[in-house]
Design a protein around this ligand. Structure first.
Ligand code: SF4
Length: 278
């Protein structure tokens, strides 16, 4: 076996070993983070003025589901003044890593401007509606400096940790709410003003060959009227369209067959029928 082949084999084994080791370490750290990651309070930049307090809370919400909705900031200042201050505020509950920015009132100013902060501590408590409380203690001076130097706002923090929810998909019945198109009669509306029928209405001044008018003995409406009003618009003395059908007027004149024919031709569902005399 040559020396170079032996070297390549050792290098290959070393590379494989490195990859496996990194994989195991990654799995272990991920698992450890999942199991032991503690909630953490992040001090953020408030935009609520000198009595404002902005904070973020991160924790493993899949392992510890909770709705945090109350924050309490407490100053313990045994060698300074004032010796103790407590401010508390409720807020819209956060169910996973979130930030809030609130006006805590004048008590917050008493904490920030207290005398003797170097020997004091600040406790931030975030409590859930179920009573779970996460406490984080800060040296008071460090707490105030963090508030002063913070650059990230609550909105920015929320933007960074925003949970992207999947767009809900609603199954709907495949049904159209648009009515079916009207049936086509394949006829063209016969109007005296339509050049196509100029000849038929020559007697009305359209020119060309005149079409002799005729009388009808009977005109009626078969079932299926869609109350479109076309017939009444053409010959209102004969047709009366109601809310749900069309009626023939009792005293309808029956001597102008051409106009009745025109109305019949205009009916999109072809329910106007008549008997021609002769
Ligand atoms: S034209 Fe036909 S469908 Fe329209 S209102 Fe008259 S009878 Fe009814």
């Amino acid at each position: 076996m040559s020396t170079s082949f032996l070297s390549m084999s050792i290098a290959g084994l070393a590379a494989v070993g490195l990859v496996v080791t990194l994989g195991i370490v990654s799995l272990l750290t991920g698992g450890l983070h999942f199991l032991f990651a503690r909630p953490k309070v992040h001090i953020l930049k408030s935009q609520e003025g000198e009595t404002g307090f902005a904070f973020g809370l991160s924790w493993n919400s899949s392992r510890e589901p909770a709705k945090y909705d109350k924050v309490k900031v407490r100053l313990f200042n045994p060698f300074g003044s004032p010796t103790q201050v407590e401010v508390m505020k409720k807020f819209d509950a956060g169910m996973s890593t979130f930030a809030r920015d609130m006006d805590m009132g004048p008590g917050m100013l008493n904490i920030i401007q207290a005398q003797g902060l170097d020997n004091a501590t600040v406790m931030v408590e975030v409590t859930s509606d179920a009573g779970t409380t996460h406490q984080q203690q800060f040296k008071a001076r460090d707490f105030v400096e963090r508030m002063t130097l913070a650059r990230e706002t609550a909105d920015e923090f929320n933007g960074t940790h925003e949970i992207v929810k999947e767009k809900p998909f609603y199954h709907t019945v495949q049904r159209s709410f648009i009515s079916e198109p009207l049936p086509q009669s394949n006829k063209t509306l016969k109007l005296a003003t339509n050049p196509e029928f100029a000849g038929e209405f020559a007697t009305a001044g359209g020119g060309g060959e005149a079409q002799e008018n005729f009388a009808v003995s009977k005109v009626w409406i078969e079932p299926g009227c869609i109350v479109c009003n076309a017939c009444e618009a053409i010959y209102p003395e004969v047709f009366e369209v109601t809310d749900d059908t069309c009626l023939i007027r009792p005293d309808a004149p029956l001597d102008n067959g051409l106009l009745i024919l025109e109305a019949s031709d205009a009916c999109p569902v072809e329910v106007i029928k008549f008997d021609k005399i002769g």
